[in-house]
Write a protein that binds this ligand. Structure first.
Ligand code: HEM
Length: 537
């Protein structure tokens, strides 16, 4: 039975207490033997060779030699913090998730903010998407909301993700540029894959230059499902809104700050929490009845589209407060493992092909990044909910499983307790969506409009925001060496807005397009609400 009340928020801290260590006391080896000298290796005579026998020397150097693990393949640079989440009211008419059903329950969280393209040591204030990943340590298991600060994504199907990331990352022959969108491979990909266009508009806007992680929105991006106790589902889009408002830097500032303080965003988060100015974010939901699945002029399963707030407003449902810095960057912020498939009863997926790919990718990458199958036992990942199963052994196994049996079904273990608790009300049951179809590699027609929402985004910007966006396109695309790449991107932009394409063309030295293009069959693009696109001033 999940325990309620604010007590739970401190449970993660209590759990972590058992592994917190201070480097105090007498110096010892890892096997507890006291060490007499750590500055001079054991050697044969004052000027002689070092002796193999020096177990302390060997252990110290060997451990150091193995200190590094692979950085994340994307989102390598990040900053994390602990805190708690509390719903304003019960959402039990939408979801059976316990942590959303009882306003007295404070659920501990760990959040990691990140840039995407740069390596672990790159600068914070680059033009890039920002990750906003939240792990809720709920009484029913960990729920991870692995989002970004932009509500849409570059591609529609996760099978393109390796191609996309290869195009974004520093180029393979010279590893240039670090964390910049100003290079040929990115723009080549963008020109050849028009589904990127909506996201590229956001990326070239000030949204990709957040002033602070405390002043940044977060979005789950995909359409997920909430499922209530009766098995009824509601589509949902998740939103985080910072209580300090959404603010960005301007391009000129970002470049200077990247030189003067590459840790700008990371430091700001750390220092604010140390000062007791705890960052706060309101969780909001766009709730869509299943009966409205086809009510929109885009597909809810298409992650390159947002759901305009005029059509479905965001309902505020709860608040998250980040009130504690991690004790150790590596142990916590580096080793945390988020995964879109970490869900709890009452939260389910949709067939969004990007989400489906993510549901495979995160565990797969963590198996190599975190060295084998037991990384959920790392303190930052350990759920507060109890873990019982027959998974055994593997590198880094910390549990000491007792008993004769490690298989199911068995008649030898008395009572087989995990079985009883894995059934009944508390168990995760997948939403019974009807699925049938032929096996094909083909994108639905409903995913084919790549421009309407890009236009909608452009139309919704204030004049000064447009100026920044045009300047960004000119700067970033202008760095491309290949004329045909610049020309193709300008041609794509002409499908978004003729004036925009003309201005960008003039800034990057290619022929402006002759006339307006209407790839969207004259579909109208209502102006978006301020809440969707415009920064707070
Ligand atoms: C990491 C968000 C699409 C694969 C991350 C992280 C975030 C994120 C926030 C960093 C997590 C952390 O702080 O540790 C998103 C969003 C996406 C998206 C919002 C689209 C809506 C994809 C896709 C794939 C993918 C399509 C692959 C098919 C990865 C991988 C990592 C990662 C491999 C590294 C994870 C690790 O090493 O722990 N993503 N991502 N992502 N993402 Fe995504």
């Amino acid at each position: 039975e999940p325990s309620g009340g604010s007590e739970r928020a401190v449970d993660k801290d209590r759990q972590l207490d058992s592994v917190r260590k201070d480097s105090q006391g007498a110096l010892s080896t890892n096997t507890g033997t006291r060490v007499d000298d750590t500055d001079n290796a054991l050697q044969a005579g004052e000027r002689g060779p070092t002796l193999m026998e020096d177990f302390h020397f060997r252990e110290k150097i060997t451990h150091f030699d193995h200190e590094r693990i692979p950085e994340r393949v994307v989102h390598a640079r990040g900053a994390g913090a602990y805190g708690y989440f509390q719903p304003y009211a019960s959402l039990s008419h939408y979801t059976r998730a316990h942590f959303l059903s009882d306003p007295s329950v404070r659920t501990p969280v760990f959040v990691r903010f990140s840039t995407v393209a740069g390596s672990r040591g790159s600068a914070d204030t680059v033009r890039d998407v920002r990750g906003f990943a939240t792990k809720f340590y709920t009484a029913e298991g960990n729920f991870d909301l692995v989002g970004n600060n932009i509500p849409v994504f570059f591609i529609q199907d996760g099978i393109k993700f390796p191609d996309f990331v290869h195009a974004v990352k520093p180029e393979p022959h010279n590893e240039i540029p670090q964390a910049q969108s100003a290079h040929d491979t990115l723009w080549d990909f963008v020109g050849l894959q028009p589904e990127t266009m909506h996201m590229m508009m956001w990326l070239m806007s000030d949204r990709s230059l957040p002033r602070s992680y405390r002043m940044m929105q977060g979005f789950g991006v995909h359409t997920f499902r909430l499922v209530d106790a009766q098995g009824r589902a509601t589509f949902v889009k998740f939103h985080w809104r910072p209580l300090l408002g959404t603010h960005s830097l301007v391009w000129d500032e970002t470049q200077k700050i990247a030189g003067k303080d590459p840790d700008y965003n990371r430091r700001d988060l750390w220092e604010a929490i140390e000062r007791g100015q705890y960052p706060e974010y309101e969780l909001g939901m766009q709730l869509i009845p299943e009966s409205d699945e086809f009510a929109f002029d885009f597909d809810l399963l298409d992650a390159t589209k947002l759901l305009p707030e005029e059509q479905v407003p965001v309902t505020p449902v709860g608040k998250m407060v980040l009130d504690r810095n991690p004790d150790n960057f590596f142990a916590e912020t580096e080793q945390v493992a988020f995964h879109t498939a970490h869900v709890v009863p009452g939260i389910d997926f949709t067939n969004d092909p990007l989400l489906q790919a993510r549901n495979f990718s995160y565990l797969d990458t963590q198996l190599i990044r975190l060295g084998g199958p037991n990384f959920q036992q790392l303190p930052v990942n350990t759920p507060l909910a109890e873990v019982h199963n027959n998974q055994r052994d593997g590198y880094g196994q910390h549990r000491i499983h007792r008993g004769q049996t490690s298989y199911f079904d068995n008649s030898l273990a008395s009572g087989c307790p995990y079985l009883a608790s894995s059934q009944g009300d508390g168990a995760y049951t997948h939403y019974q969506e009807r699925v049938d179809g032929v096996k094909i590699r083909k994108r639905s027609e409903s995913f084919h409009d790549h421009y309407s929402q890009a236009t909608l985004f452009y139309n919704s910007l204030a004049d000064w925001e447009r100026e920044h966006l045009v300047a960004a396109f000119q700067f970033e695309l202008g760095k491309c060496e290949h004329t045909h790449v610049r020309e193709r991107v300008v041609a794509r932009l002409n499908n978004v807005d003729h004036g925009l394409a003309t201005r960008v063309a003039n800034g990057v030295g290619v022929q402006p397009p002759a006339e307006e293009s209407t790839p969207n069959n004259g579909r109208s693009s209502p102006a978006l609400s301020q809440a969707n696109t415009t920064m707070d001033t």
